[in-house]
Write a protein that binds this ligand. Structure first.
Ligand code: ADP
Length: 174
């Protein structure tokens, strides 16, 4: 049985992540979407909010499990008996980062193989930070994320008010 882990921050999950998850689940027996929950960076959404959104989106996919995790991703893979780690590749800058991460992870745990899927061109520009920034400025993200994510971000930014300190809003505003 092949068990794969698709790790990430998912702050929030968007259509690019969902596409990678749906394509990779066809290749394996079980896909564990692992939501990183001990932040090194400032997250907009709490671990429970991020996990809850992913769970809602994949509730009708019996081969997909959603869990939170912390610490080294390869250690988590070992702990749950996963042989494969899934990553998504967008642009060349992703490649360099993922290449280094894959080699470092392989040094730590040679038994876990990294499987990188190329993004669907429709989602190639999408990142969680782009989604957060557009949403924080009241832009339309309905083509980038599922309805549940759109609602969650709308409420989050409403609660934070105009001067939210979390998101640096420079790209889409200037
Ligand atoms: P991380 O904090 O590990 O970067 P993310 O939640 O940003 O976590 O992303 C998780 C994975 O999804 C990474 O492998 C990333 O490259 C991939 N990914 C992010 N956005 C896209 C996209 N638009 N298309 C394909 N893969 C993507």
């Amino acid at each position: 049985m092949i068990r794969a882990v698709f790790p990430g921050s998912f702050d929030p999950i968007h259509n690019g992540h969902i596409d990678i998850a749906k394509r990779s689940v066809k290749l394996v027996d079980e896909l564990v979407i692992a939501v990183y929950d001990k932040p090194l960076k400032n997250f907009l959404l709490s671990p429970d909010e991020r996990i809850g959104l992913v769970q809602g989106i994949f509730k009708d996919h019996p081969k997909v499990k959603v869990v939170g995790y912390s610490g080294l991703t390869v250690k988590f893979c070992e702990k749950i008996g996963a042989q494969v780690m899934i990553r998504g590749l967008r642009v060349f800058s992703d490649f360099e980062y993922e290449f280094r991460m894959a080699l470092a992870n392989h040094r730590l745990t040679p038994d876990v193989e990294v499987l990188a899927l190329i993004t669907n061109e429709e989602h190639s520009f999408l990142s969680s930070s782009t989604v957060r920034e557009i949403a924080s400025l009241g832009g339309d993200i309905s083509t980038m994320v599922p309805r549940s994510v759109e609602e969650m971000l709308k409420n989050k930014f409403y609660d934070l008010g105009e001067n939210n300190p979390i998101i640096p809003t420079h790209t889409f505003r200037d």
